[in-house]
Design a protein around this ligand. Structure first.
Ligand code: ARG
Length: 475
């Protein structure tokens, strides 16, 4: 007995000697189960987007100038009302995808046909599952990237706050992990905030890449019908259609790779931040203390408070980078046009987004709760940390730098009395320990939030107009 998994429930699939009946013919049940893979579960995440894509497609069909009309306005309205019903089923967890459906696209068509009879059998006119899945994924990715951008903004804001609170707390700056030059907790924390804000450049690029509509490309070669591709793009709030229909089809997988590249860079930033916190909260350093409720204990050693979440973020960075590599490798020698290999990229991009967003949220908790110990940070200063500052002091008195360098190198014992607080107050140039632009950081975080709000409002407006009901209510 073959088994399919819908929302974690298992259900039995009927087997016959000549195959399992599906909407597109009879298929051997083992072949069906193998090719369907995890789609019945993964595609639940695409279901609302599939309904929206279908609503746009049937709206376009109803306005298409052909005789006889493919769909009348009244028929279009009935299909859209049924789609709203399906979206409610999805929202309430009543919508399921079976192995016989294969994926969300045929499951939605089945539900429409169950609800509307003959009319449901018309909706697939002039489209393919290839442009359907492509549009679903783009809508899903756009939505996820906006959520992720908001989470990056929240973490950057938390790190800027941490930096501002401790802007005057000295911290040893290191290269090769060896003590190097005077730095501050303010410089350290805001550097990671700025890294993450820069990572959003890639996220925005991924968003832009996903902001073009593939509908009308059908199987990848267009259709002999006067489809209005600009209209479906507008109805779904896309900036435009992908122009070349073959390119629209080949962009599947690329979208996911771009998305995972953005996730990968964010995870890299989080991983380095995690590593710093793990290191500097070791008792031997004691610069930072993780709040006990964010640590885990040991089953045998009663004294333990372990930074497991940071270790997991460090490891998950490798996992997400691996997902990106997997997608790129699937694409590498793939011939042009749709190939089933592409289905395999679905779980990878979905997991990449899920893991990255979860890591951002947990790191935001960390940043808000990290305790800073100024005494331990000051005690970390060894005389050598002031050597470069001292050489530059001699330069200010007229000595050539190389002479000053050699003088200090041979008189390191004279550096004893330097004051770290004074040292960090002296770097007043842009971006130095005493030259950090906190207003600039606040403005950048604000820009991100405005960008997210603007994009969300645009989609929300388009989706609500298309469905004739508030999108939020059915999502
Ligand atoms: N579940 C399929 C996927 O994710 C949908 C597209 C199927 N298209 C096809 N030509 N078999 O790729």
């Amino acid at each position: 007995m073959a088994v399919s998994h819908a929302r974690g429930r298992t259900q039995k699939v009927k087997r016959t000697a000549d195959g399992q009946k599906t909407i597109v013919g009879k298929i051997h049940p083992d072949v069906l189960a193998f090719t369907v893979g995890k789609d019945p579960v993964l595609d639940l995440e695409l279901a609302v987007w599939d309904c929206l894509g279908t609503a746009a497609h049937v709206t376009m069909l109803s306005r298409m100038r052909v005789k006889p009309a493919v769909l009348g306005t009244d028929e279009r309205n009935r299909v859209v009302a049924a789609l709203v019903g399906v979206m409610r089923e999805v929202k309430d967890g009543r919508f399921t995808i079976t192995d016989a459906d294969q994926d969300v696209h045929l499951a939605v068509e089945r539900r429409l046909t169950e609800r509307l009879g003959e009319l449901g059998r018309k909706v697939h006119t002039g489209r393919s599952r290839n442009d359907q899945v492509a549009v679903d994924i783009r809508l899903h990715v756009r939505d996820q990237l906006l959520g992720m951008a908001g989470e990056v903004a929240a973490l950057a804001e938390g790190l800027v706050r941490l930096g501002r609170r401790h802007v005057k707390v000295p911290m040893v700056g290191r290269t090769h992990l060896q003590p190097a030059m005077p730095s501050s907790v303010g410089l350290w924390a805001t550097a990671y905030a700025e890294t993450l804000l820069d990572d959003l450049l890639l996220l925005e690029a991924a968003y832009t890449y996903n902001d073009r509509c593939p509908l009308g490309s059908a199987a990848g070669y267009g259709v002999p019908l006067p489809v209005d591709r600009g209209l479906t793009a507008r109805l779904l709030g896309f900036s435009s259609p992908h122009h070349n229909v073959f390119h629209a089809s080949n962009a599947r997988g690329k979208n996911e790779a771009m998305t995972l590249a953005a996730c990968g860079q964010i995870m890299l930033s989080l991983s380095r931040l995690a590593e710093d916190v793990i290191l500097f909260s070791m008792p031997e350093f004691g610069y930072f203390v993780l709040p006990p409720e964010l640590c885990t204990g040991s089953s045998i050693m009663p004294q333990k408070y372990n930074p497991d979440v940071l270790e997991l973020i460090r490891a998950k960075a490798a996992t997400v980078l691996g997902y990106g590599t997997a997608v790129n490798t699937i694409l590498k020698a793939l011939p042009g046009g749709y190939n089933r290999d592409l289905q395999e990229t679905k779980e990878l991009y979905m997991e990449g987004l899920r893991v990255t967003r979860a890591s951002l949220r947990i790191m935001t908790l960390m940043a808000g709760a990290l305790a800073v110990r100024p005494g331990r940070l000051r005690a970390g200063f060894t005389p050598g940390v002031f050597a470069t500052d001292r050489a530059l002091g001699l330069v200010a008195g007229g000595m050539p730098f190389r002479d000053a360098y050699h003088y200090v190198r041979t008189h390191l014992d004279e550096l004893e009395a330097a004051d770290p607080d004074q040292a960090i107050a002296l770097k007043t140039h842009e971006g130095g320990t005493a030259g950090l632009d906190f207003d600039g950081y606040r403005a950048r975080v604000g820009d991100v939030r405005r960008w997210v709000r603007g994009r969300r409002a645009r989609s929300q407006k388009a989706f609500s107009a298309l469905l004739g009901v508030a999108f939020d209510a059915v999502r």
